[in-house]
Design a protein. Structure first.
Length: 170
């Protein structure tokens, strides 16, 4: 019976590799974001010369938005892979991000919600710059959704703090 248990545990432990294709897919999504970024950047060039200040600002904020999503994907790929699949051996490469290998699941969750709040904030800022294009109801929804993300982030942080305090005996 012990052999069956050990075989089952090895099988379940090995199943973590089923996540690897998901992370490869996220890396491919970053490449697709690069294509989207280049397309947005090229469309920004004539707008800088002919567009209104608000239009240029919205276009630049769209670029920032794409960069934030790309950063979020990198954090998820690196931290998720290292937390759930295998350590990434970079042989102490000089460009290795300092946070790699130190981001646990709780940290990943906080970085994720922080990125979502930042992305939502950028979207809200774009809406404020282009306020004439939205109804009051649409703006209210955008603000409400953003505040929901902010509230969720605060609650995640509070729960993590309470959980950490409980473990340390505070």
């Amino acid at each position: 019976m012990k052999q069956v248990e050990q075989a089952l545990e090895r099988f379940m432990f090995g199943s973590r590799w089923l996540l690897a294709p998901f992370y490869v897919g996220l890396v491919a999504a970053i490449a697709l974001l690069l294509v989207k970024f280049v397309k947005e950047f090229i469309s920004l060039l004539p707008l800088v010369l002919t567009g209104q200040g608000g239009e240029v600002m919205v276009a630049v904020l769209s670029l920032v938005d794409i960069v934030l999503v790309g950063n979020l994907l990198i954090i998820i790929v690196f931290a998720g892979y290292e937390n759930f699949v295998s350590k990434i051996d970079t042989a102490n490469h000089e460009d290795r991000p300092e946070w790699m290998g130190h981001v646990g699941f709780s940290d990943l969750k906080m970085k994720l919600i922080g990125s979502i709040v930042a992305i939502s904030g950028i979207e809200l800022l774009k809406a404020f710059v282009n306020v004439h294009a939205f109804t009051n109801e649409q703006m209210a929804w955008k603000v409400g959704i953003h505040l929901t993300f902010v509230f969720s982030g605060v609650m995640f942080a509070l729960m993590d703090r309470l959980a950490a305090g409980g473990k340390e005996g505070h």
